[in-house]
Design a binder for this molecule. Structure first.
Ligand SMILES: *Cc1c(COP(=O)(O)O)cnc(C)c1O
Length: 219
């Protein structure tokens, strides 16, 4: 399949799931996760009209995106990976959205960077929805306090993000994230990857983060 075909197939999957859920596909942002892929692999998707892209490492994003943005000034960059506080300033400078706000020290670092740069990326608070020790994300129990802290510090909190446990049915975790977001009065839901876009859309995802289904397997 060409990149155009892959993009069209993804749009068809999102549209089909949205139709069943009686949702407007326009309310779902496809974030093309281009981590590990060189700019030559990204350009065809930009040429096909895709504008939202995700990277998981600040350094890699900084190496790839300034050049691509000169060609496509309306491209939007989402940072979806765990973020070290000492990279917050660069992250805020580069990104239009940060999906991995997950602890007070990072809230503080991002708030300082917002003050220093005047930039205001959309922020998603990442929730460790399966309570997995090895995974990033705030514990469910700690979320209300972290949300208050983020909002008080001046972050624009667009919603919640999760990566459910691997290799088991993700739908219960997506449903839980949606419920927690609703209870917190948040509308944004960053959930769903290549293998579970349909479940995520049916349970309310506003942002799906898709890598391998668009770019092929990563090395
Ligand atoms: C890599 C990555 C994705 C995309 O995963 P695929 O399975 O390749 O679609 C989505 N979200 C995060 C946080 C990632 O790191």
């Amino acid at each position: 399949m060409t990149p155009d075909d892959r993009l069209a197939a993804l749009h068809a999957r999102i549209a089909a799931a949205a139709r069943i859920a009686r949702r407007d596909p326009a309310d779902i942002t496809l974030v093309a996760v281009s981590k590990t892929h060189p700019i030559d692999a990204i350009r065809p998707l930009l040429a096909a009209g895709q504008r939202d892209f995700g990277e998981n490492r600040v350094q890699e994003a900084a190496a790839k995106w300034p050049a691509l943005r000169e060609e496509y000034p309306d491209a939007r960059l989402h940072l979806v990976g765990q973020l070290q506080s000492n990279k917050a300033a660069e992250a805020v400078t580069l990104a239009d959205a940060i999906h991995s706000i997950d602890r007070p020290s990072l809230v503080a670092a991002v708030a300082r960077a917002i003050d220093a740069t005047g930039r205001q990326p959309q922020c998603f608070v990442q929730v460790n929805i399966g309570d997995e020790p090895q995974k990033g994300g705030c514990a469910v129990a700690g979320l209300p306090a972290l949300l208050t802290e983020a909002q008080t510090a001046g972050l624009t909190v667009a919603g919640l993000m999760c990566v459910p446990p691997a290799a088991i049915e993700p739908a219960p975790y997506f449903a839980l994230l949606a419920k927690i977001a609703r209870d917190a009065g948040l509308t944004g839901l960053s959930m769903g990857m290549s293998d579970d876009v349909e479940q995520a859309v049916s349970l309310g995802a506003t942002h799906v983060r898709v890598g391998s289904a668009l770019f092929g397997a990563r090395a």
